[in-house]
Design a protein around this ligand. Sequence first.
Ligand SMILES: [Zn+2]
Length: 216
Amino acid sequence: MSPFVNIHTHQSHIDNKEFIEIYNIDVDSHVNVDVTFFYSIGIHPWKCQQSTVNGPIVQWLNNSTAIGECGIDRVCGIDIEIQKDVFIKQIGISEKYNKPMIIHAVRSHSDIISIRKETKAKMPWIIHGFQGNEQIVIQYLRHNIYLSLGDVLFKNESRAAELLKIIPTERLFLETDDSERSIVDVYEKASVLSGRSLEDLRSDIFNNFVKIFGKI
Ligand SMILES: [Zn+2]
């Protein structure tokens, strides 16, 4: 049976063959660099005024699985040009070092898509905590972008059911983000709302993970 993949979490990491998770490390956190679990490292849009891109991220890059979470947040109040600049610099690192990106996008889906076009980025991007509508899904799919669902499964079941219908499983991930819930609950909920078996979800999402990250 394939492991449960949790593509984005801020909670503790588990060391258990039944689970794979990408633990999000903030660029300014003081976690030991020699960690052995999968992690993403990046500058969150909320922090893009305090953190500098190059030094700290590059230090962490060798063992990192992904760059992130980074992106654009049009609600947080930080100057949009500063956010774009910090995001684009991280895209540069992602492309140069072949690290996929985990993206935070709040009311900024069209920004993300235009930046994808402008930068001609080729690495896989995963929009985490996705809750957008069908039109946005179609655009992301067209640009080879993956979508990860978490909170929406519990907070807006009808939207989540609709999303599960239109996002092909080969572009889907599931996550716990900063919630306390277990990733098993997230998969069970997605299984109920989509009518797909838990086994199928596990193996399809695990295949996505292997396809993007090429390692387990
Ligand atoms: Zn997060």
